[in-house]
Design a protein around this ligand. Structure first.
Ligand SMILES: [Zn+2]
Length: 129
């Protein structure tokens, strides 16, 4: 995309970084002050997650102990890949303890895996946030 001059466009609608007009986007940028849930995306995940936890109620890492799972985790990091994200074959139920141990892994690797107990990704750089 190249710079283009749009006559009459207020300067506050020119992105200071790219110099490109932001006519498609509100002056506040891409964020529209709605939460992920309000956009329907988070809500879909919440429901899918609850359904999954109902049919997979136990932590897969606690076996043979039977610890109730509270978190649905993506086995392979989906990195925004929708197919991988919604593929239940890539999901696993984890208890709080095991989920938290994934957070410890983050401290070692610098990558935050998984989601918090609400099913929202932990990583602040995640595309949901
Ligand atoms: Zn566990």
């Amino acid at each position: 995309m190249t710079r283009q001059h749009i006559p009459g466009l207020p300067t506050d609608q020119i992105c200071p970084q790219s110099g490109l007009p932001t006519v498609q986007v509100s002056p506040q940028g891409w964020r529209d002050n709605r939460t992920t849930a309000e956009r329907g995306y988070g809500n879909r995940w919440r429901k899918a997650r609850a359904t999954y936890l109902r049919s997979h109620p136990l932590c897969v890492m606690c076996r043979p102990r039977l610890e109730p799972a509270t978190v649905v985790d993506h086995i392979k990091p989906h990195k925004g890949d929708q197919v991988l994200f919604w593929d239940t074959a890539n999901w696993q139920s984890l208890c709080k303890l095991h989920h938290d141990s994934w957070k410890k892994r983050f401290e070692l690797t610098g990558i935050k895996p998984g989601c918090d107990s609400d099913g929202i990704p932990i990583d602040p750089g995640h595309h949901w946030k």
